[in-house]
Ligand binder design. Structure first.
Ligand SMILES: Nc1ncnc2c1ncn2[C@@H]1O[C@H](COP(=O)(O)OP(=O)(O)OP(=O)(O)O)[C@@H](O)[C@H]1O
Length: 218
């Protein structure tokens, strides 16, 4: 699904990632840990092409990342963030539907899928509310539904529970793992939370000195 070979990323003259290798298989779940500043967000940003300019190879589904048209990348890859990144002027439903609109899907195609996902994550009764009318955990659920709308093959999550209380964090992680299994996508979850990692028997990776080390394989 994601195959990275010899990835080096520099900011100016400082290398943050150095000759990094990673293989995340289709349908596989993995945590990514590592100290602050070790390069976890940099790796995710490279993968969803928020930043570029790297050495080495990144392939998504066997296709070099830099050869994937942007709309195709948006379809293959969902992303969620610590800060939810919802649009405040749009309703819950509109926030989710927008992900389909930007890749050119029609409203008729989007609607049943958006409703199904929002129902599935427990927000079926809150479609017309605005983000500020939701709790943090609910906002992150909306972001999850938005990320899944186009049935991505992989979901990247950058500290998805960093703004949530410990109990809600565990609930959101449990939801992510359920969805990962139901939808059969690969998932890479960056987290600082030992509690989260301990709560789930899963492959665990550690970013250290610009590379990825395997901590636990399941
Ligand atoms: N745009 C940038 N320009 C220069 N340096 C950057 C830039 N973005 C990140 N860095 C540096 O790259 C290093 C890795 O940052 P990154 O955000 O990837 O770390 P992280 O492991 O995600 O950290 P955290 O756990 O705190 O989120 C840091 O030293 C950071 O200062």
């Amino acid at each position: 699904m994601i195959r990275i070979r010899g990835l080096t990323k520099r900011y100016g003259s400082a290398a943050v990632l150095t000759n990094l290798d990673l293989h995340l298989r289709a349908g596989e779940f993995a945590f990514l840990q590592g100290r602050s500043g070790s390069g976890k967000s940099t790796l995710l940003k490279l993968l969803y092409r928020d930043i570029g300019d790297y050495e080495g190879q990144i392939e998504i589904d066997g296709i070099p990342l830099d050869q994937l048209p942007r709309y195709e990348l948006r379809r293959k890859m969902g992303v969620i963030f610590q800060s939810f990144e919802l649009l405040e002027q749009k309703t819950v439903y509109e926030n989710v539907a927008l992900a389909g609109e930007v890749v050119g899907r029609s409203p008729d195609d989007i609607e049943p899928e958006a409703r199904r996902l929002l129902e599935r994550i427990g927000l079926g009764g809150k479609l017309q509310l605005y983000p500020h009318e939701l709790s943090g955990g609910e906002q992150q659920r909306v972001a999850i539904a938005r990320a899944l709308l186009n049935r991505p093959r992989v979901l990247l999550a950058d500290e998805p529970t960093g703004n949530l209380d410990p109990e809600t964090a565990l609930e959101v992680l449990a939801l992510l793992r359920e969805l990962q299994q139901e939808e059969g996508m690969a998932m890479l979850v960056v987290t600082h939370s030992e509690q989260l990692v301990k709560s789930a028997a899963a492959r665990t990776l550690m970013m250290r000195q610009g590379r990825i080390e395997e901590l636990a394989a399941v």
